[in-house]
Write a protein that binds this ligand. Structure first.
Ligand code: MOS
Length: 723
């Protein structure tokens, strides 16, 4: 029996009372040794003997129709097994979170680089060779919109408002009206997208690199045209996702379809260039920020309009102004979005969709406003923190943003910041900048099962670990609750046969799957208390012993066979009760070369309040990783498209430069302020993975301004834009 817990029930605070000291401890990831020694089997690692190799063929026109696929052109290929294409074949990388993904008819091309066929052969080399030689003829459209600045295929949304922005803006003493642009970004996960599909009768098993198995199973079943009951997905190890593996992609669908036809397993591994071509990217944006304040620095008006892009018919639009809608309060607020339809690789979620790019603009605008007011940027923010969500009126579930700002300023030595352009270190200008961090927090329906036997405990859920530390934290939750050392808890993830969880996305994984694990373990405690003849609140489990009433017995004596409990959690309706977000403050010190404009980040500090920390080490790694994304979005990361075809030209990790070791300062500090979020979920946590990036790049760019005077409205701050 699964018990479902809803967030309107009373909140258990058990994790503060169990007293093992396991929760929060900076424990190593149990799967770490397997990963660094190459023994963890990623999707492409398990190659059965009779498996065939598939290589995707991509379109070479921006838009039009395929009029012929000349399979004779590759007929001589040694070991060729088939060329697959057709109406079911091509499907956009789905937006897992949005559910429905559009199925693209097999003969329509929507963007240059779109997968249009799969060549399968006995060897990878033969399949790749044939995929490159396959002759495809097209009826190409004459006029194609590939440039978001030039297209008139615009869908303008109505502004979302609170109060009267125009009236408030017109009475402001100080106003700022600025345009910003950000380029497309790649998720650039280390592990290229890969799938191995195998059929056994009607049943399809897919080993894939996937973030959200519950929805991925539905998407794959739909794409292949079978009952979801007949689909099993296995994703025990995933080499990074960052949004790019939220949905089922063409590698998985094509592998499944080809394997069914050929009656043998088919593996499809994307080359890095194909990943850039055919995997969802983050949209380019243009943004307009208008801020109006009175002389004391009180914000009266705030408007954040944006323009984003996507392919025709794609449902996703980057929620650029998400943080601007709740971070600061003002009398008049207005947010409008325009979606431009262009023939470029479809855009979707990339780490912190919305905040990651929206806060680059918002937090630079706040910095500039502070300068216009002659005010300290930290003070300006402190002065404008709202009591409630200014758009919805919901109270915040927990917020320590003010503490983060003050604590960060103190630790960073903010008071030593010098006026713009006045600090020099040899050929370098040196400056400091800061920004707020915010990332909305979610709880998504999740289930987990916990088994307790005399040998220890097992946690089972289809939750994934995309490098974030899920194995570690779920083990810690169960160990803490059951009084076992972590070594006695085995965590099994990434299999759709296990209870369905939220998966990894939107920073909701740890809170959601963690809550389900907690609740299942709590149910086991209740059964144990009954067997001890005491109240659950009087039960103490420690070192394999149970204490309650006046008895102390080994846990093993209370369990005849196995004790199994499954539990699930769901958010319920929280639209009235509260709004939840993680908050923090970023500080950065940079050096800007006086003659070349090169920017070096010298140190960074992030002070964050993100609910209960489940594991100091994995949480810190997530926060640091996010901040490093901030370095990339501020300084180097930029996808470029060929204006003639819309084809991406930065299609590897040399041309798309994510921060390498030399770009990352040695001095990076993360501080967590103690917080329990009782309204967010039963374990009082908040999402961590995406808060680190949100605002981090703006702190760097504000430091560039402080160092040398340059404001960077078109990102990233490459030397040509700084000089
Ligand atoms: Mo995240 S961008 O929802 O993996």
């Amino acid at each position: 029996m699964t018990k479902t817990f809803r967030m309107d029930e009373a909140q258990p605070r058990l994790l503060d009372e169990t007293g093992q000291g396991i929760i929060g401890a900076p424990l190593d990831r149990p799967e770490g040794p397997k990963k660094v020694s190459g023994r963890a089997a990623y999707a492409a690692d398990g190659m059965p003997d009779n498996a065939a190799h598939g290589v995707l063929v991509r379109a070479t026109i921006p838009r039009g129709r395929i009029t012929g696929i000349d399979t004779a052109s590759v007929a001589e290929t040694p070991g060729l097994l088939g060329v697959f294409h057709g109406p079911r074949f091509i499907r956009n990388p789905a937006q897992g979170m949005a559910g429905e993904a559009p199925v693209q008819p097999g003969d329509e091309v929507h963007y240059h680089g779109q997968p249009i066929a799969l060549v399968v052969a006995e060897s990878f080399e033969a399949a790749r060779d044939a995929a490159q030689r396959l002759v495809v003829s097209y009826d190409a459209d004459a006029n194609v919109d590939t440039d978001p600045a030039k297209t008139d295929a615009l869908e303008k949304g109505d502004p979302e408002t609170a109060g009267d922005f125009e009236a408030a803006f017109s009475k402001a003493d100080v106003t700022l009206d600025r345009a910003y642009s950000t380029p497309p970004h790649a998720a650039a996960a280390m592990e290229p997208h890969a799938a191995l599909a195998e059929w056994e009768g009607e049943t399809l098993t897919l080993r894939g690199a996937q973030q959200m198995l519950k929805t991925n199973r539905l998407e794959l079943a739909d794409a292949v045209g079978i009952d979801p009951e007949n689909v099993r997905i296995l994703s025990p190890y995933i080499g990074g996702g960052f949004g790019s593996k939220l949905g089922i992609g063409p590698e998985a669908v094509s592998a499944a379809l080809a394997a069914r036809e050929l009656r043998r397993p088919v593996r499809v591994v994307m080359a890095r260039q194909t990943v850039f071509d055919a995997v969802l990217r983050r949209t380019e944006t243009t943004q307009r920020l208008r801020l109006g304040a009175d002389r004391s620095g009180r914000l009266l008006a705030l408007s954040h309009d944006d323009r984003v892009t996507n392919l025709q018919d794609e449902g996703f639009a980057e929620p650029v102004s998400q943080a601007s809608q709740f971070l600061y309060g003002a009398e008049g607020l207005s947010f409008a979005q325009t979606l431009a339809r262009v023939s470029r690789t479809p855009s979707g979620s990339v780490r912190a969709p919305g905040e990651a790019v929206g806060m680059l603009a918002l937090e630079q605008a706040m910095d500039e406003l502070a300068e216009m007011l002659g005010m300290c940027p930290v003070e300006l923010r402190l002065k404008n923190l709202p009591e409630k969500n200014p758009m919805t009126g919901q109270p915040f579930s927990a917020t320590r943003l003010a503490d983060c700002l003050r604590d960060g300023a103190e630790r960073f030595g903010w008071k030593d910041r010098k006026p713009v352009g006045t600090r020099r270190d040899g050929e370098w200008y040196v400056g400091m900048g800061m920004a707020s961090a915010a990332r909305s927090n979610m709880l998504i329906e999740s289930a987990a099962r916990v088994r307790l036997s005399a040998e220890g405990a097992v946690v089972e859920t289809d939750m994934t670990d995309i490098g974030t530390g899920t194995y570690a934290i779920l083990g810690q939750i169960a160990a803490e609750m059951l009084g076992l050392p972590v070594e006695k808890v085995e965590v099994r993830l990434g299999d759709t046969r296990f209870p369905a969880a939220a998966g990894s996305g939107g920073s909701f994984g740890a809170s959601s799957a963690g809550s389900a694990t907690f609740l299942a373990a709590k149910a086991i405690r209740e059964t144990l208390a009954e067997r001890m003849g005491c109240e659950p609140s009087d039960l103490t489990l420690q070192n394999g012993m149970a204490r309650g009433g006046n008895r102390e017995v080994p846990l093993s004596e209370l369990i005849d066979a196995e004790l199994v409990e499954e539990a699930s959690v769901e958010a319920g309706d929280t639209s009235e009760s509260h709004f939840s977000s993680g908050f923090g403050a970023h500080f950065a010190e940079v050096a800007v070369h006086a003659y070349t404009g090169e920017v070096r980040v010298r140190r960074m500090l992030g002070v964050m309040a993100m609910g209960r920390i489940l594991n100091e080490k994995t949480a810190r790694s997530q926060a640091l990783g996010g901040m490093i994304w901030g370095v990339g979005s501020a300084l180097t990361e930029e996808m470029a498209h060929d204006p003639r075809t819309g084809h991406m030209v930065t299609r590897d990790l040399a041309n798309y430069h994510v921060p390498a070791h030399a770009d990352v300062p040695g001095d990076m500090t993360v501080v967590f302020l103690e917080e329990r979020d009782d309204m967010a979920n039963p374990i009082q946590t908040k999402g961590i993975g995406e808060l680190g990036i949100s605002g981090a790049g703006a702190a760097i760019l504000n430091a560039v301004r402080n160092a040398c005077g340059a404001r960077i409205y078109d990102m990233p701050a490459t030397p040509d834009r700084v000089i």
